[in-house]
Design a protein around this ligand. Structure first.
Ligand SMILES: Nc1ncnc2c1ncn2[C@@H]1O[C@H](COP(=O)(O)OP(=O)(O)OP(=O)(O)O)[C@@H](O)[C@H]1O
Length: 254
């Protein structure tokens, strides 16, 4: 059998700031084709972990390899599509159309001086088709709804043809219908386009059906290969320090 190099290989990560342990002894691998959700309480270290995977934050100790390379030696960042937290909260007068924003994803791949080639145009168009925003291409991004902006930001990440999409709470400010549509699109990208997906969410109920693995992060990580089993009320209560039974009932009242 051919040996597969993981996209991310994380070993014994620790992050301590001013004597406070933010992340402790985190190890995992992420392989191509996976669809992984990260959940955990506010301040549990989820965003910090993602920022470390992207080289934006240095761990106190431990090692991260991307596509087999040490993080410092890794140069092909276009292979990693990232939509940060609150990426959709743009000013309503922001002077760019949907197409301009998606094009920025190509510039990230080829450099600002390279100009826009025919291939770039095709990739931009393709990303807009995949995220179902072609009809919005000439609209100013600031005039769009939260759900539409969310799809624009993901199309921008897709335009560089990434191997993995990393999304940090992409549903902030997005209504329920758009969220549902969004999860359907994500699942499609994973299944049909074979794009690996890693995302942070608080929507544990909504995602349970599709995802392959679930990481829970609360200083330490629990890696769960059977998300449905993990999402028992007891374990969610334990992770969040709240009564998940109460939440569950509350959800069904509406
Ligand atoms: N560079 C840093 N310096 C000081 N504290 C930091 C630094 N990076 C992260 N932290 C702290 O680490 C903790 C974890 O933050 P993080 O944003 O990763 O949590 P989170 O799980 O993503 O939370 P949320 O769900 O609210 O987004 C917070 O208390 C944060 O203030």
């Amino acid at each position: 059998m051919k040996f597969k190099v993981p996209i991310f290989d994380v070993k014994k990560l620790n992050f301590i700031v001013r004597g406070q342990t933010i992340l402790q002894d985190i190890s995992f691998e992420i392989f191509e084709g996976e669809y992984i959700a990260i959940i955990g309480p506010n301040g549990g270290g989820k965003t910090t972990l993602i920022r470390m995977l992207l080289g934006l934050e240095q761990p106190t100790s431990g090692e991260i390899r991307i596509f087999g390379k040490k993080l410092k030696e890794f140069k092909e960042w276009y292979k990693i599509g990232y939509v940060p937290q609150r990426a959709t909260l743009v000013d309503e007068n922001f002077p760019a159309t949907v197409e301009d924003i998606v094009k920025m994803g190509r510039i990230a791949k080829r450099g600002i001086l390279a100009g826009i080639s025919r291939e770039d145009k095709e990739m931009v168009e393709d990303a807009m088709i995949k995220m179902d925003i072609l009809n919005l291409r000439d609209k100013m991004v600031g005039t769009l709804s939260g759900g539409q902006r969310q799809r624009v930001m993901i199309a921008r990440a897709l335009a560089s043809c990434p191997k993995i999409l990393i999304l940090d709470e992409p549903n902030t400010g997005v209504d329920m219908v758009s969220q549902q549509r969004f999860y359907t699109l994500l699942a499609k990208l994973n299944k049909e386009e074979k794009i690996t997906i890693l995302f942070i969410t608080h929507d544990i109920g909504v995602i349970a059906d599709d995802i392959g693995r679930l990481f829970t992060i609360n200083q330490k990580a629990t890696i769960c290969n059977d998300p449905k089993k993990m999402l028992s009320c007891e374990e969610v209560s334990d992770l969040y320090g709240i009564d998940a039974h109460a939440l569950h009932h509350h959800k069904h009242e509406h």
